[in-house]
Design a protein around this ligand. Sequence first.
Ligand code: ADP
Ligand code: MG
Length: 685
Amino acid sequence: MRPAVLNPLFAEVATLKGVGSAQVRQLARLKIARLIDLAFHLPTLMIERQAVDQLDESLVGQPVIVPLTPVRHDRGGPRSPLRVAAVDRGGLWVDLVYFGQTASWAQTRLPIGVERQITGKLDRYGQKLQIAHADVAAIAAEAPAAMREAVYPLTEGLSNRRMGQLVAEALGRVPALPEWIEPSVLARQGWAGFGDSLAAAHRLEGGRDRLAYDELLANQLALMLVRQSTRSRRGRALPGSGHLVDALKARLPWSLTNAQSRVIGEIAGDMAQAEPMLRLVQGDVGSGKTLVALFAMLAAVESGAQAAMLAPTEILARQHHASLSALLDGLPVRVALLTGRDKGKVREVILADLAAGRINIIVGTHAIFQEAVAYQDLGLVVVDEQHRFGVAQRLMLAAKAHTPPHVLAMTATPIPRSLALTRFGEMDQSMIDERPPGRQPIETRVAGAARLDEVIAGLARHLEAGGQAYWVCPLVEGNEDEDEAAATTRAAFLKARLGDGRVGLVHGQMKGPDKDAVMAEFAGGRLGLLVATTVIEVGVDVPAATLMIIEAAERFGLAQLHQLRGRVGRGSGQSVCLLLRGDELSETARSRLKLMRETNDGFRIAEEDLKLRGPGEILGTRQSGEEAFRFADPGRVQQFVAMARADARLLLDRDGGLDGPRGQAARLALYLFDRDAGVALLRGG
Ligand code: ADP
Ligand code: MG
């Protein structure tokens, strides 16, 4: 239930004056649906407009206020913009350009021969100077003299001025709210209250730190409340009997690494208790997490319960299903697969078998936790490589079982400690810090795109010798200038050079069954080269592939490069990762590639990644695959997470039900900053 004091902020944008359905759609493109979204839509910079009498070259690129006299109206063709040619007092020509304005509008607002005060950003377009969507004032007194204006992220059809008005309306409706931050923290940091901080952030005059802290506080509270609510319900001990685990051990072609054995022991220890397990296993790519998960799932099955394994992608779900089925072949354990692609009869049979307990282990995508899916007795949930496994999902999943299930999360995305706390702060941690024996470190090289022919010749030799390889491209289909980096184009090119039958293509826009078919061909060794987008980023396991070529490597984030590189080096052979780079590299891109060459250590890469990312690069960029914070960027996460954690802990220790005055205030923060969690956690409260 939403706290009533927040109702005005959660009104829909359509309730604002002058916001019609077209504008609602524009705002929706920016994920703005309610007033709160507007209030949280912060500007990226502040510009200072200069009032000048005359234009000159030095002003190009700057916002200006200048008197101009229209000379000619030019409608152009039916689809081209309205153009008004104008001159300044020194006789310099400028085009005023408007999309979506009519000639009659121009006749009234910009009459020929009458000087007007024009406000806008001066640009150069080819040989000409122009100002797009300039504001017009009839006389100097109506035009702003010099002014500061916040610049907001925009979408087509929505002007910055309009956005500014909408934001101001929303800010005007922010109610006075009680303070949720611990007073000593507030005093030490010298922060203003929530409303004042928000307003200051919109003027780019500070305020943002407090909002970042609020967000982290809400995040920590949510995680602690999940833990509290999970642990408050008694779970069930799943000690296992050992017969399946022993049978699996006996048939494994290799022995477990020490790290695997240790982590399997930690998990078994948790599952033998009635208190539900909440454990995160971190282990670099190739450290053998799947097997660890399988041991946990077998312990559940031995105890008569079902286990579910949630994978982030269809490809990965299928692969897990295949490898688990192979490992369990001949054992009395039934493993099934369920993804969004299974429909109709097939799906019905799986659902019936799950509900009746005829399936012991189910592997799948989010489909395994949909409403219609019922389990006979779900005892363990394994979540693999799932970045966006938020609080709401965790609670939904718990609702699938009679008693709260044990939860095991696994990640290969190495996360610096501070970030791990924001995502998995409520979980106990295990670390697989060892790789299976016989693995040689992957050798990483960087080469300029100019050496493409050489690279292809090397690749041809590799394939000739019976080797397999990946070629990863940043895009599916290129637009004009990025053509060659596109996977489809690249695949066609490589097919022509290397032979049609040896090259496969897989990307996210392909139909599921087509993707599977190609993956199966590659895994079975019938294809030598797999051209792919980042759909293969996570989890894909084809040990025979020992060469990874990543094209336009500078366009990938470090975490992503590390994940992609982890697709090779999975067998005993020497593997090579070749990073092809473009000609013009930013300083950061250069450092990233250098780091990749220097180390295979995922944790070092994660720490450096955090340092290399500028303060503007907010968590949650798709590049890094990390989860989105709106205000807390990496630098600030580092700085504030421990504080927010202590603050949240203190609050819950004093007031576990969040019923006292500060507890009630904290509910507001939870609702404002982590809405999904807020909705889920405060339900009925
Ligand atoms: P990740 O931790 O990246 O999920 P996987 O579970 O996919 O790693 O394991 C990587 C590869 O290592 C797989 O081919 C798996 O069969 C193999 N593997 C796992 N454990 C061992 C081990 N103890 N000894 C040798 N190979 C192993
Ligand atoms: Mg894995």
